[in-house]
Design a protein around this ligand. Structure first.
Ligand code: CIR
Length: 258
């Protein structure tokens, strides 16, 4: 059974306003509001019974509060990724010393060039890891990732993406066989055997929920998603992530949970 004891987050910096975005029509994130939303996010996690490592903002890396992307943590070890976005690649060197506080040398592996991989493309379902092949995560990155998993007795499989930034932009596992699916993943054969909660198009951003020790954290403003998750019997906490949405970020991207 999955249980998380630790969470790593990084405060957003003022440079978040320069983060990569596909949604410029939403405007640039407002730093003070992003900080407030981030504090609420941390409080929500605290209520889920995890200890939280809060890292300082890194102004040199506008997207570095999205700590999910430069590392993937499994029950057997951690993988430092090789982010495919050039402006984010240096984040891997910033996260590694933090990962070392929790894992020994033999529990840490790396994705090496020409392989690229970002953690937002990795969805953990027990000991199986679905990996999105995206503009950020390439074939070689996935090959290396699956090799590492296999060497640890874990397994994974590739899911080609057509429209979304990362795999977990559109599909998220909330344990107990339940999976939130939106857009291109609704009828995807890889997810046919799960209890699918279909997220309507107008709430697609809300598909990015996180399960933490029995509680599901849901983004504010997605009532159909919230209702569906509550009807499954989960405790829920709603957190506003609208400033992070302006740079394509959501609930899962803002933490490493292990
Ligand atoms: C990026 O484009 O890399 C950031 N602006 C958003 C990253 C979101 N991360 C995630 O979905 N895991």
């Amino acid at each position: 059974m999955t249980r998380f004891n630790h969470v790593i987050v990084r405060r957003p910096g003022r440079s978040l306003a320069e983060g990569i975005t596909s949604a410029s029509e939403l405007g640039r994130p407002i730093y003070e509001r992003a900080l407030e939303e981030h504090r609420d996010y941390v409080h929500a996690l605290e209520r889920c019974g995890v200890d939280i490592t809060i890292l300082s903002a890194l102004e040199a890396y506008p997207d570095s509060c999205f700590v999910e992307d430069p590392a993937v943590i499994t029950r057997c070890g951690a993988i430092i990724t090789n982010p495919g976005a050039p402006s984010r690649n240096g984040e891997k060197a910033e996260i590694e010393p933090v990962i070392r506080r929790f894992f020994s040398d033999d529990q840490i592996a790396r994705i090496e060039a020409p392989g690229t991989l970002e953690g937002g493309d990795v969805m953990m379902v027990g000991d199986h890891f679905f990996v999105g092949r995206s503009a950020r995560t390439n074939e070689e990155g996935i090959r290396q990732f699956l090799d590492i998993l296999n060497s640890w007795g874990l397994e994974g499989s590739e899911v080609p993406l057509r429209h979304v930034l990362h795999l977990k932009t559109g599909v998220n596992y909330i344990e107990d066989g339940n999976m939130l699916v939106s857009g291109e993943f609704i009828n995807h054969s890889a997810f046919a055997c799960y209890n699918k909660i279909v997220v309507p198009d107008e709430e697609a951003y809300g598909a990015n929920c996180i399960w933490v020790n029995g509680t599901v954290i849901v983004a504010k403003g997605y009532p159909a998603v919230l209702r569906a998750v509550q009807e499954l019997g989960y405790e829920t906490i709603v957190v506003d992530t609208s400033e992070f949405r302006k740079v394509d970020g959501g609930l899962s991207c803002l933490s490493l949970r292990f």
